[in-house]
Design a protein. Structure first.
Length: 249
C-alpha cells in the first residue's frame, strides 16, 4: 500500500509520524505546498484550487490513497478531490470525529474544536459532531498558534500568552479536537492548560480510521518516505529530520 500525504506545508509531518509509527504503508509520498502556506487564512475557492493542483502532482505516482493531512483542505476540498481523483481520498475531519465518538461516554460532554479560521468557518467538524448527537460544542480559531509552532516555540512565554488570549473565559472542556496539523506539536502545553481534557490528534485518528475503514494492518517493516515541496524542499527535509528522525531522501 502506498499513500500520498498532502499538506499546506510542513505541519502534515505530524500525521506522517503516526502513519509511520503504525507501518500502514510501504511508501509515503509527501507534498507540502510550502510556497503558498498558510491555507488556513485563505478562502474556500483558493483552497479548492490549490488542492486540485496538488492532486495533479499525486497523479504522477502509483498511490492507493491520498490523505489530506491539512484540516483546512479537509474542511473545504475533500468532495472536489474525491470527484477528480483516480484513487481513494481521505481527509482528517471525519476520522477525528469518529475517534472522539469512540472515546466519549456521553453525548453531553463538552467539546472544544481548535482549528484555522478556514476550518472553523467551514463548520465541518461542528456539523459532523452534531450529526453524531453531540451538542455541547465550542469552536475557536487560534490563528497565532500556527506561526508560533513554525517558530519552534512549543512551550514558554509566547505560547502561554497566546493560549491565555484565546482560552480565557472558556469553560474547561472534556474533549479538545486539535483540528490543525500544527497543534499536536503544542499538545503538551494545551493539555497543561486544560488538564482534564482528552485531546484528539488527527494523526492517531486517521490511523484508527484507516484500520477500521480499509482494514489496513501494520504489516510493513519500514515506510519509505519521499518528501516534496513547492518551495525550499531542503527546509522540509530538515524539519522531517527533526520531527521524525528522518534522513533526507
Ligand atoms: N495545515 C493547516 C491545517 O491543518 C495549518 C497551516 C495552514 O494554515 O496552512 O489546517
Amino acid at each position: 500500500m502506498r499513500a500520498g500525504v498532502f499538506d499546506s506545508g510542513v505541519g502534515g509531518l505530524s500525521v506522517v509520524k503516526s502513519l509511520k509509527a503504525h507501518a500502514l504503508f510501504s511508501e509515503i509520498i509527501y507534498f507540502g505546498d510550502t510556497a503558498r502556506v498558510p491555507y488556513g487564512v485563505k478562502d474556500k475557492n483558493t483552497i479548492i484550487r490549490y488542492s486540485l493542483e496538488a492532486l495533479e502532482f499525486f497523479k504522477n505516482f502509483d498511490i492507493d490513497i491520498m490523505i489530506a493531512a491539512c484540516n483546512s483542505v479537509s474542511a473545504y476540498a475533500i468532495d472536489e478531490l474525491r470527484q477528480n481523483a483516480p484513487f481513494k481520498v481521505s481527509g482528517v475531519i471525519e476520522p477525528g470525529v469518529l475517534a472522539l465518538k469512540n472515546k466519549a461516554s456521553r453525548k453531553d460532554l463538552s467539546i472544544l474544536i481548535l482549528g484555522t479560521r478556514a476550518t472553523i468557518q467551514s463548520g465541518r467538524y461542528e456539523k459532523l459532531l452534531k450529526a453524531h448527537g453531540f451538542s455541547n460544542i465550542t469552536s475557536v480559531a487560534p490563528s497565532l498558534f500556527v506561526p508560533i509552532v513554525e517558530e519552534g516555540l512549543f512551550e514558554g512565554e509566547v505560547l502561554e500568552t497566546a493560549m491565555h488570549h484565546y482560552f480565557k473565559g472558556l469553560e474547561a472542556p472534556d474533549f479538545i479536537i486539535l483540528g490543525c496539523t500544527h497543534f499536536p506539536l503544542i499538545a503538551k502545553a494545551i493539555g497543561n492548560y486544560f488538564p482534564h481534557a482528552t485531546l484528539i490528534h488527527s494523526g492517531d485518528a486517521i490511523v484508527e480510521f484507516l484500520q477500521n475503514e480499509y482494514a489496513l494492518k501494520g504489516v510493513f517493516e519500514e515506510t519509505e518516505l519521499k518528501l516534496f515541496a513547492s518551495e525550499n524542499p531542503d527546509q522540509l527535509k530538515a524539519t522531517a529530520a527533526l520531527w521524525l528522525g528522518h534522513q533526507s531522501v
